[in-house]
Structures are given as C-alpha cells and as structure tokens.
Design a protein around this ligand. Structure first.
Ligand code: FAD
Length: 530
C-alpha cells in the first residue's frame, strides 16, 4: 500500500501548558470552592519574556544537517526550541513558567523518514552532537533532558514529519506505523480500515507511537487491550552504527527477545522509526458503568479476583476514598451525594454478544464480592472527562496549587504496604493542606499499579517543595520493594533509583548495550542509564 497520512493533525501545545488552548475550561466551581477552602489562592502567571540561549552549533555543522534534511527542516527558531524544551511534568511546566530555558536544544531537526534519521545520527556521531528524539513531548520523567557534557550541543530530533501508516496486514491483524503519529492520528488512520489499536493513556491526544514504544506506556484500556509493549510485534530502529530490524514472527525462541531491549529504551539505544503493532476490529459497543465499594481494600480485592479468574473487562479502575470524594473526571460533582466509599469504573467494549456475555459474568462476580452497581452515569462521566485532568492541573497551578502525579507497581500481597508508605511520605514531606489521591487502573493476575495524584499549597517555591516530596515518594517505593515506574519510564528523574531495582549487573548490561549501539554516547546522554 502507499503510505497513508492523517488528514487532521493535532495542534502544537504551548510550552508552559498542556493541550490545545481552545479546549481549556478554567477552574470548575467545585474545585474553586475546594481549593478556596484549603489553600490561599494566588496567581502565578508564566514568564514568556526570557530569551532562549544562543545555539552552540557552528555554521558548518548546520550546513551538514541541512544537506541531509533540507534547509526548511533545520530550525533555529526560538519559539520551536522553546516548545522542544523538556516535557510536561509539573517540574517541567514550573521551569518553563519561571523562564528557565537552560535545557533548550540548540537546533531542531525534522527528518522525513528512516533514511534521513540514519544519516542524521551518523553525522551527529561524527560531529559529537547529542541527539534527543522528540515525539509528542509528553514525557513526565525528564526523558527529554539530555546532558551534553563533553559534546558540542543538543539536537532535538523532531519526528513530527514521520506520521504515516506504512502497511496494514488484515490477515495477520498488524499495522506498521511511523513514530511521529499522535494517538488520535494513528487511530483515525486505522479506523478508516475498520481497525484500532486501543491504546488510550491520559496523554493520548499528544503522545506518539514512537514515544509509547520508547517509554513502554500503558493506557486506560490496558485490562482489555494490554500495555503498549504487548501490542508491539516489530520494530525498526536507527542507531548511530546502523539499522536494527526486529520481529519477523509473532513469537520466537531465537534467543532473548531483542524487541524488549528497544522497548522502553527512551531514545538511549536508537531512534524507533517504524513500529508494527497488533490491531483489532473497532468495537461495535462501548458500555461504561460505576460500582461502589465500602473501602479501597474491598475494591482492590475485587479487581484481584477478576484478574485471577480471567474475567477482566476492557477498562477497570478503582479510586481510593480521597480520589472518589474529589472525582477528577467530574469535578462538578465534588461534595455531591454518592461520593462516599470508593468508585470503580468498569467498561466493556466489543461485539454486542461478547459485551453482553462478559458484562453478565463481571456483574455477577462483582455483586457476589460486595460491590454496589451505580449504573452508567459515573461510567459515562468518566469516559467523557477522561482526558481533561491535565487541563485542570494547569488551572490549579495558575492559582497557586501544586499538583503532580506519580506511579508505581507491585504484587497484590504488597499493595497495602506500598500504598501506605507512599501516601505517608508525600503527606509528611509536603505538610499541612496536602491531599493525596490514588487509583488502580492497570491490573494483572499477580499485581497492579498504584497511581497517585498530589495537591498541596504551592507556596513561594513550588519546585523546591515538590522535588524533596518526589524523592521521599521514590525512596518509599524502593523501601517497599516496588517498581520505580509502571508506565512513566525512567528518564532522568527515576535514574537514581534504577540500580536498586535491577541491580549493578543489570545496569552493566544496559551500559554494554549502549556501548554496542551508541559508542560515542550521543543518544539521549544522561537519560535512563545510571
Ligand atoms: C498529562 C499526562 C498524562 C499521561 N498519562 C499517561 C498514561 O496514562 N499512561 C502512560 O503510559 N503515560 C502517560 N503519560 C506519560 C507520557 O505520555 C508517555 O511517557 C508517552 O508515552 C511519551 O510519548 P511521547 O510521544 O510524548 O514521547 P516524548 O515525550 O517525546 O519522549 C519520551 C521519551 O521517549 C524518547 N522517544 C520519543 N520518541 C522516540 C522514538 N521514536 N525513538 C526513540 N526514542 C523516542 C524521548 O527521547 C524521551 O526520552 C502522561 C503524561 C502526561 C503529561
């Protein structure tokens, strides 16, 4: 087939905020009342007047890059360099708001396809320029902050021109996509063929196919459709020493599976230029509903029971008592009746017959386990508001409320211990007025992830307040023996904690791979590998 390209492209995000400014809704009244009670409201406007540092690359180097990708695609423009600075964690937004552009790339280079990526990497290796692959820029753990020490500058390799559906195999149910396609663009291309991927992280609207693979992302329908890495059957990767192509069969016993080595490699081992993914037919029916549990522990036990009896719906997520009371997906309902206990959202997607059968079996099981059905209202409200929370974060930052999220995963038998430790670490570090909310949204027969949202008074130095709190939470995760990240990746923020999880020999293995594929150390230096 000839390459198919999206007819509608997602707009660029502003550097200091999330999403499309046209979709901002401001602070809902329920949230305004809540923070008005808990926090002194203060306005913290962003600074956009600070200049981007002068580019460090010389004319000859820029000419060398122009010879590869064309004059128009070697960009020194301040506005684009500002947009390609860091990602979208709260510290990233706070630094941008404060006018800190210390990590701005020197140049943005936009290759048209795999061959140009290979050529740019070879040239960057020769010239000793750091390369940061840039997909959607939604990284939340510092994965876009390279350390150029010993190198001559930083090149942001913007994959935004590589947005094509390259191949579709309806017999095998696979599709090969370019890395720069954002979530809605990829789904629209597949929908035209009656297919879908089914990967819906909260960052769906802006994150890319390459970024999902490079960070081992997990979406809101992971219970039914699996994590992103589980959908990947093939990869094409450009490295400074040449190309790696993986995935000649759905499964193999040809030694260790090298696909796993590049999934989650966060740009440190190569640039993912093509991803072949398992696709599935578009669902004919989507039904979402709410269930209420007396406690977080009761709801978590019910999730475990479903996961261990092969009864998982497409979507299952459980909010703890605090998150249920706030109900981020439907902030207008704050303080309303029915926000007691713990809310579970259960969603079924598929053919009418499959949905009816699964729904009946899940309903019977959840009823027997002590859940109370709440009907479709809470489920539809969640589905409607599922991508809104990042906009709410901006509005809260605007009025002096520090908001950030973090996540981890563990086995079921350690869930309560992990939950208690992380919550206590955050509350102790941030002090009076702190709210810690938590939910479970990715479950396995053996365990689950815990996703925390923290809100606290920002004070005069929100970054200075958040960084020790995040460190305390990470130390609590390590002390609990849990994973430092379930789906946000390592980046630079989690790097200090990786050795505790994979051991010194594990880190040596990563370093050895890095030496083999990136001997000059130009790919995302400082990211992932301790
Ligand atoms: C509001 C918000 C909500 C989020 N919700 C979720 C969620 O529900 N689930 C989840 O899993 N994550 C979530 N994230 C995290 C984030 O969206 C993921 O890390 C995402 O997968 C990164 O994709 P991206 O295209 O934005 O990559 P980028 O941010 O551009 O890059 C991420 C990392 O991958 C590297 N990289 C990017 N593209 C390539 C490539 N083609 N080849 C090699 N390396 C590459 C970059 O150099 C960087 O290290 C959320 C983030 C935000 C801000």
């Amino acid at each position: 087939m000839t390459t198919e390209r999206p007819s509608v492209l997602q707009p660029e995000m502003p550097p200091t905020r999330w999403g499309d400014p046209a979709h901002e809704t401001g602070l809902p009244d329920g949230v305004r009342d809540l923070v008005g009670l808990a926090f002194p409201i203060q306005d913290t406007p962003a600074r956009a007047d600070v200049a981007v540092p002068a580019p460090r690359l010389g004319d000859a180097q820029l000419a060398g890059l122009r010879a590869i990708v064309g004059d128009d695609h070697v960009v020194l423009d301040d506005a684009l360099r500002r947009q390609r600075t860091r990602g979208k964690s709260t510290p990233d937004l706070l630094r941008q708001r404060a006018g800190d552009l210390g990590d701005a790339p020197d140049v943005v280079v936009r290759p048209a396809g795999h061959d140009e990526v290979v050529a740019v990497l070879a040239y960057a290796q020769e010239q000793r320029i750091a390369v940061v692959p840039f997909g959607g820029g939604t990284a939340v753990t510092g994965g876009l902050v390279a350390d150029p020490a010993g190198l001559g500058g930083v090149l942001s390799l913007d994959l935004g021109r590589m947005r094509g559906l390259l191949a579709l195999d309806p017999v095998s149910s696979t599709a090969t996509l370019e890395p720069g396609l954002r979530g809605p663009e990829a789904e629209a291309l597949l929908a035209a063929h009656g297919m879908m991927l089914g990967h819906f992280p909260q960052s769906f609207e802006y994150a890319t196919i390459g970024g999902f693979a490079a960070t081992r992302s997990s979406g809101q329908s992971s219970a039914g459709y699996g994590r992103f890495d589980a959908m990947v059957v093939g990869l094409r990767v450009a490295t400074p020493v040449g190309e790696v192509r993986l995935g000649s069969a759905p499964a193999n016993a040809s030694g260790p599976d090298l696909r796993e080595l590049f999934l989650g490699s966060e740009g440190a081992f190569g640039v993912i230029t093509e991803v072949t993914l398992r696709v599935r037919p578009l669902p004919e029916v989507k039904e979402y509903e709410g269930w209420r549990w007396a406690s977080f522990a009761d709801g978590a036990d019910a999730m475990r029971a479903l996961a261990q009896s092969d009864l998982l719906p497409t979507v299952i997520r459980l909010s703890d008592e605090n998150e249920t009371a706030i109900n981020l997906a439907d902030p207008e309902s704050i303080g309303g009746e029915g926000n007691a206990g713990c809310l579970m959202i259960v969603g079924h997607e598929g053919t009418p017959a499959a949905v009816a059968a699964k729904r009946a079996a899940v309903t019977e099981a959840l009823t027997a386990l002590g859940g109370t059905p709440q009907g479709s209202g809470p489920g539809e409200a969640w589905a409607h508001g599922r991508f809104n929370a990042p906009y709410l974060r901006d509005s809260l930052l605007d009025v002096g409320v520090l908001v950030e999220t973090l996540e981890t995963a563990t086995f079921w038998s350690n869930r309560e211990n992990l939950y208690a430790r992380v919550k206590a670490a955050l509350e102790e570090s941030l002090g009076e007025g702190t709210m810690v909310l938590c939910h479970i949204s990715h479950v396995y027969p053996t365990g689950c992830s815990l996703y925390f949202t923290v809100a606290a008074p920002a004070g005069d130095d929100p970054l200075g307040r958040w960084l020790p709190a995040k460190a305390a939470a990470c130390e609590a995760i390590v002390a609990a023996g849990a994973a430092i990240t379930h789906h946000h990746a390592v980046g630079t923020d989690h790097k200090p904690y990786l050795t505790a999880e994979i051991g010194e020999i594990g880190v040596e293995v990563l370093r050895a791979v890095k030496r083999a594929v990136d001997p000059a150390g130009i790919l995302n230096p400082g990211v992932l590998i301790p």
